[in-house]
Write a protein that binds this ligand. Structure first.
Ligand code: GLU
Length: 364
């Protein structure tokens, strides 16, 4: 019997019937407890579902090998909080997340949340690109019901794994009426973050997520979520993008700024017919003069250019050391480069006009 089979058997024994309680994809617990919210858990892989073929010491493991039922079986206490449905969307390390999975996930979340018998969705995800998926869903999910992403820094077999605690917290957050209309949320290490600001700030620490500009929205403690503030960006001004007719997203690349940066990378994206380029510039999104020239040329050819910054916090503001209007650029505000890329991809499904794109960055 493999290590995973043994692990599954172990957790199933801990919760009799656990492995069969998830129901068919799209179904919540049949005969769920009335009065409890119905929360649907969508699994995509990641370290939270990570393990290795043989138990032992060390940090080497494979992401996304445990199925959603094994994850849920490790948190039996959630059955007192919500009726849980589950569904495996994909099983990937989130470095392999892609746009086709995003589109599939967003459509599924929209379908589920349109149902009267689903009160919220939790998505398990690898931590590497969790912030990008969260922001993509933030811009494309058409519901005020809670959507909560969650991951783990330590795989299921590791001593002190954070997966079960984080998953428990995420289900608590999704089950709370206070979580409605806050945009897509991320529950990690006792904090609740907004999708727009949250980012991975450590490659290995278990407290790996932070919201560097505005801090967490709230905290989860002892099975209860407490919110301290509400994000203005989750308000009625927010643009919601319709992805129902899309099969892919416009190609947008990121160019990283540094001393002596070459124009080569910008030129390569232009030649490859990318529709947009995000600059991870220095300081307030500033650009080495050769890169500035190449980006100005790209913008003059109709490629959307957005200036963001490689700096971890603070906004990239229009027109400080650089005349964005003259060059036809947009400024990303507090969106980091990888989030600016997500918004630019969606913006390009509507327009190529630099002014219109700037407005979307101002509101989203
Ligand atoms: N690279 C893996 C992923 O993002 C592991 C990182 C994690 O989930 O913590 O899925």
């Amino acid at each position: 019997m493999s290590y995973f089979d043994r692990l599954k058997k172990m957790v199933s024994a801990f919760l009799p019937g656990a492995a069969s309680r998830g129901g068919e994809p799209g179904e919540t617990d049949s005969g769920g407890v009335s009065g409890l919210p119905n929360i649907h858990v969508l699994a995509t892989g990641g370290t939270i579902a990570g393990g290795r073929a043989e138990a032992g010491a060390g940090t080497v493991y494979t992401a996304g090998v445990l199925g959603v039922e094994a994850l849920l079986a490790a948190v039996p206490a959630v059955r007192a909080i919500a009726n849980i449905g589950n569904e495996q969307i994909v099983s990937v390390g989130s470095q392999d997340m892609d746009e086709s999975i995003w589109l599939k996930l967003a459509r599924r979340v929209n379908e589920l949340l349109a149902r009267n018998d689903i009160d919220g969705v939790v998505i398990t995800h690898g931590t590497d690109t969790l912030e990008e998926t969260a922001y993509f869903l933030d811009l494309t999910v058409k519901s005020d019901k809670p959507v909560v992403l969650v991951g783990a820094m330590r795989p299921a077999h590791a001593a002190g794994t954070d997966g079960p605690a984080n998953l428990f917290d995420a289900i608590v957050v999704a089950s709370s009426r206070d979580s409605a209309a806050r945009g897509v949320l991320v529950a990690m290490s006792g904090n609740v973050f907004e999708a727009r600001d949250v980012t991975k700030v450590s490659t290995t620490a278990s407290q790996a997520f932070a919201a560097p500009n505005f801090g967490p929205l709230g905290q989860v403690h002892d099975g209860r979520v407490i919110y301290w503030r509400r994000s203005e960006r989750a308000s009625a001004h927010r643009i919601n993008f319709d992805i129902s007719g899309l099969e892919n997203l416009p190609p947008v690349g990121i160019v990283y700024g540094h001393v002596n940066a070459p124009a080569l990378l910008v030129k390569t994206l232009v030649e490859a017919q990318y529709q947009g380029i995000v600059s991870a510039g220095v300081g307030n999104g500033n650009l080495y003069y050769k890169v500035l020239g190449a980006l100005a040329d790209a913008a003059s050819r109709g490629i959307a250019v957005v200036r963001s910054s490689r700096v971890a916090a603070g906004p990239t503001i229009r027109g400080v050391e650089l005349d964005d209007t003259r060059y036809g650029f947009a400024a990303a505000g507090t969106l980091n480069p990888q989030k600016a890329r997500v918004l630019l991809q969606l913006a390009l499904t509507r327009t190529r006009d630099a002014g219109e794109i700037q407005k979307m960055f101002d509101y989203c």
